[in-house]
Design a protein around this ligand. Structure first.
Ligand SMILES: [Cu+2]
Length: 512
């Protein structure tokens, strides 16, 4: 049985729903100087039984229309899930009671998803990491009312990647995701297929949707403790499984990690200290694999890693973070879960393994953008009031207007003592510099979400190639979902040269 950690984080001195202000940060920083104990760190290392097989989300069924469109359907619904056998917890899911099926599509395919809302409140479905028209993006302007069906369609026009989908209703994203509305959207392309990477879904190409939560003593899922980062749980679920193991029979296994937690950052390691072999980040493959001590993922980020098991071994995927590893001080790390440790998943290798295929050293070609081509530089400052550039999110205000088919430089500064993150809809970007220095290899590839260390500045380069639409904006925001819900978000429109965004203050936001 899985033992509940005895040390629980004290509730932060911030009521749920209260806007965290500069005062809260000052309190947190003040603690470090006055000798008060920092919150107890959580560790489940050695306490997880690994007595349940890892659930694998089913591949979403689809059919191809007469006009060649691949059509999926998703049904957001309420239900109950037994994380412990016989103990039902109230949850939400797509086509089921928790999480959703894995959508799979090929570059060049035209796809449509019929999204039905069977909940009793409005929600949306956002295609996180997808390059697509703003009206199809599933942000807070594309609300789906209870009983309604929304049918966005677009052409897959980007590299093979591990993307995902989740609700994005303004002010309620944290609760909708935490209840269980999330799933993967995997993209393939010819270049990726030619590499010979493991690709048998659920066998040697395995999705790992990692979420933190709490459980009551009898195994009912509990609400999280509220911290500065948002809700932090003291146990993990992987693909909705509590205490999972995974049996493998291949000498090379591809693990697709998604941090689908609302607030918690992970630092994935192996229990025997072997390096973590990273091959892909949010938007696709790296040029070459990178051996890392740990793979750090903040909420919304993805990573593909390779595991080369030896016959008969058992090795545990863990999350181990320290203040140093995430660029925070000890108090800030402790109040944000950034000093916690978890056993995540036990991998059990068969006594006889299929031989590992050899992979080319070069996995992809990712030439950097040429900064000389930058047409516009913008600055985004995240502050202690959960605002960006001094503004809280306003659905009726377009903050930035981008000219289509230009390269932009976005300088994103975290001007707070707390970690945040920055997610941009529509495009995959590249990190040019962090505090003026070149990014480490694990941050040098295609990204759509980046964790922002306290008081650090990130220079992003983004090319907005197409999909000009003055009437429908995209979002940029902190992907700590409680922060997003508090208004740490803004809007940008992509327009033709000389055009202006037409959405103005007071525009109704319930587009149908
Ligand atoms: Cu934030």
């Amino acid at each position: 049985m899985l033992r509940t950690p005895t040390l629980r984080r004290p509730r932060a001195a911030v009521a749920a729903g209260t806007l965290l202000t500069a005062t809260a940060t000052a309190v947190a920083v003040g603690l470090s100087g006055c000798g008060l104990a920092v919150p107890a760190q959580i560790s489940t290392i050695g306490d997880v039984a690994f007595d349940r097989p890892l659930a694998i989300p089913p591949i979403a069924e689809s059919h191809v229309d007469a006009d060649g469109t691949r059509v999926f359907s998703l049904d957001a619904q309420a239900g109950t899930t037994e994380f412990e056998p016989g103990v039902p917890s109230e949850t939400w899911g797509f086509d089921g009671s928790y999480l959703g099926p894995t959508l799979v599509a090929e570059r060049g395919e035209h796809v449509r998803v019929d999204v039905t809302n069977s909940l009793d409140e409005p929600t949306t479905v956002h295609w996180h990491g997808m390059h697509l028209p703003a009206a199809m993006d599933g942000g807070p302007h594309q609300m789906v009312d209870p009983g309604a069906t929304w049918s966005p369609e677009w052409t897959i026009d980007q590299r093979a990647a591990t993307l995902w989908y989740h609700p994005h209703p303004h002010g309620a994203t944290e609760s909708h995701v935490r209840r269980g509305l999330a799933g993967l959207f995997l993209l393939h392309d010819a270049d990726e297929r030619a590499l010979g990477l493991p690709s048998e879904y659920g066998v040697d190409d395995v999705p790992l949707i990692v979420q933190d939560t709490g459980f009551s003593a009898d195994g009912r899922r509990e609400g999280p403790q509220r911290g500065y980062a948002g809700g932090l749980g003291d146990e993990l679920l992987v693909n909705g499984t509590r205490g999972p193991y995974l049996e493998v029979s291949d000498g090379l296994v591809r693990l697709r990690l998604l941090n689908a937690s609302t607030a918690r950052t992970y630092g994935f390691t192996w229990s025997d200290g072997r390096p973590v072999e990273l091959i892909a980040t949010d938007g696709g493959l790296l040029e070459a694999s990178v051996a890392l001590d740990r793979v750090v993922l903040s909420p919304g980020e993805r990573a593909e890693v390779l595991l080369r098991p030896t016959p008969g071994e058992r090795v545990v995927l863990r999350s181990e973070l320290t203040a140093e590893a995430v660029g925070s001080n000890r108090v800030i790390a402790a109040t944000n879960g950034d000093a916690d440790s978890f056993d995540v998943l036990e991998v059990r290798a068969a006594d006889v393994l299929d031989p590992a295929p050899s992979l080319p050293a070069q996995l992809a070609s990712n030439p950097p953008f040429d900064p000389a081509e930058v047409a516009t530089t913008r600055r985004f400052v995240l502050d202690d009031s959960f605002e960006i550039n001094g503004h809280a999110m306003d659905l009726g205000r377009v903050d930035e207007t981008v000219t289509v088919d230009t390269l932009e430089r976005w300088v994103v500064e975290n001007d707070t003592d707390l970690p945040h993150s920055f997610h941009v809809h529509d495009v995959q970007f590249r990190i040019a510099t962090i505090d003026g220095a070149a990014p480490p290899p694990e941050l040098a590839g295609w990204k759509d979400t980046v964790r922002l260390r306290p008081h650090a500045e990130y220079e992003l380069l983004l090319r907005f190639e197409d999909y000009a639409d003055p009437a429908h904006p995209y979002m940029y925001h902190c992907h700590l979902l409680w922060h997003e819900d508090q208004g740490m978000m803004g809007q940008f429109a992509v327009v033709e040269p000389g055009q202006r965004a037409t959405m103005t203050e007071g525009t109704p936001h319930h587009g149908h």
